[in-house]
Ligand binder design. Structure first.
Ligand SMILES: *Cc1c(COP(=O)(O)O)cnc(C)c1O
Length: 416
């Protein structure tokens, strides 16, 4: 039976979310400047103001990615739209891909590459560890892939895979080098050109301070050449120049990066209707990051991430994983013996308005994940989280020294 929408119907009240501090592994509380940018009026698809905004956004994201790549633009959709666009556009059915898997998002890259018809080879690490460059090079020698697809920071495990020497290895073996840096970019160093990446995709909802819904990508000349070689068609229109390529057709219209580049480029060939409001938001995310300064933003994530980790340790909690390879912006912490992890998260959320993260797969029920990223990589957010967690944990019977968490974090801040 359908609702009767009388004026008094609760469904007709506007949605008004409760105030929350999002201290999980993402999404995070959006920077108010980004929300403001997203509340301004639309302009038309080919309005010079719109195309100028697109060009500015490309230039700003070259800054974010540390690249001179001309082809740096947005894919409309959440981060996995960027992943899917890169993989479906670079991989032809039967192509070989190597995915080093050290967490949930490695499995996602594997699944998406398989759906593209690629022959996917994986190597795996226990959750909480990362690969050495030699381990990856050995697998490249063994499998001879066309593409190496690797996550930089995997929020499922909090680990950061070092990428700096993989580009040179890929060059030597003539492999295209792709990374999903959604969780790490902004809060951890990421140097597209210096590290010789061919393709990178990210999202806004981690260290970039925005909501999910836009996936910035950057492509090297070699990646662009690989994509442009493929056939591009669109039923009824544009058949002339776009059937010219060799190789198999890209098996997606929406994620055909060849067509999306024609749309973002000077030709401005129509593809989808740009998600204008997300464009405004994505532009603002890059602008505020570059205004604060890339180095400064990384330092801020490092400092608040350290303050959180030290505070948690002082509360007689144990941190998860190889701390030498942890992302700056999220920490895993073991749920103490005898404590109901979900009841703690529930009380944090409903009593204190603070969200912390649960975990998946092999870590399910074992750790919480606590983020200090983007807008919430802030002293007050760290201290509020520590104080609330102490209160909730103490009520649940966990023994700790009173005020040790916040006090330790405050002492750490005092020494900076
Ligand atoms: C959080 C995260 C994503 C998110 O993907 P969505 O499609 O935006 O949900 C992707 N990749 C990694 C490595 C992440 O940590």
């Amino acid at each position: 039976m359908s609702e009767s929408f009388t004026p008094a119907s609760p469904l007709l009240r506007p949605f008004s979310p409760p105030p929350r501090l999002l201290m999980g592994p993402g999404p995070i509380t959006v920077d108010p400047r980004v929300l403001r940018a997203m509340s301004v009026q639309l302009v038309g698809q080919y309005d010079p103001a719109m195309t100028a905004c697109m060009n500015e956004t490309m230039a700003l994201y070259r800054g974010v990615f540390s690249t001179a790549n001309q082809w740096t633009f947005l894919v409309d959709g959440t981060s996995r739209a960027g992943i899917e666009a890169v993989l479906v556009s670079m991989l032809e059915p039967g192509d070989k891909v190597l995915v080093p898997v050290f967490g949930r998002f490695g499995h996602l890259l594997t699944e998406i590459a398989q759906r593209c018809g690629a022959q996917v080879h994986t190597i795996e690490k226990e959750w909480g560890e990362v690969f050495t460059p030699d381990e990856i090079e050995d697998a490249i020698k063994k499998f001879k892939p066309k593409v190496l697809a690797v996550v930089q920071g995997d929020t499922s495990t909090t680990m950061l895979q070092p990428l700096e020497s993989l580009g040179e290895i890929c060059q030597r073996h003539d492999v295209l080098f792709y990374s999903d840096a959604t969780a790490s970019i902004g809060g951890n160093e990421f140097l597209t050109d210096k590290w010789q990446l061919d393709a990178v995709s990210v999202g806004l909802q981690k260290c970039l301070c925005g909501p999910s819904g836009s996936a910035p990508v950057t492509l090297s000349d070699k990646a662009v050449a690989t994509i442009k070689k493929r056939k591009h068609i669109e039923a009824g229109i544009r058949t002339d120049q776009h059937q010219a390529g060799q190789g198999q057709i890209i098996r997606s219209n929406y994620f055909d990066l060849g067509m999306i580049m024609d749309y973002w480029g000077e030709e401005r060939l129509n593809h989808h209707t740009e998600a204008t409001t997300m464009l405004y938001g994505a532009r603002e995310c890059a602008r505020i990051l570059l205004e604060e300064g890339k180095e400064q933003v990384i330092t801020r994530h490092q400092q608040h991430g350290d303050a959180m980790a030290k505070g948690l340790s002082a509360m007689d909690l144990t941190l998860f994983g190889d701390q030498a390879h942890k992302m700056t912006n999220v920490v895993g912490v073991y749920i103490p013996q005898g404590v109901d992890g979900e009841a703690i998260r529930q009380s944090m959320l409903l009593d204190f308005g603070i969200e912390i993260g649960t975990s998946f797969g092999p870590l399910h029920g074992k750790i919480w994940r606590i983020g200090t990223m983007g807008y919430n990589a802030r002293k007050d957010a760290v201290l509020q989280t520590l104080v609330a967690l102490e209160s909730v944990l103490t009520r649940a019977g966990h023994k700790l020294q009173a005020n040790a968490g916040a006090d330790t974090a405050l002492n750490f801040y005092g020494q900076l």
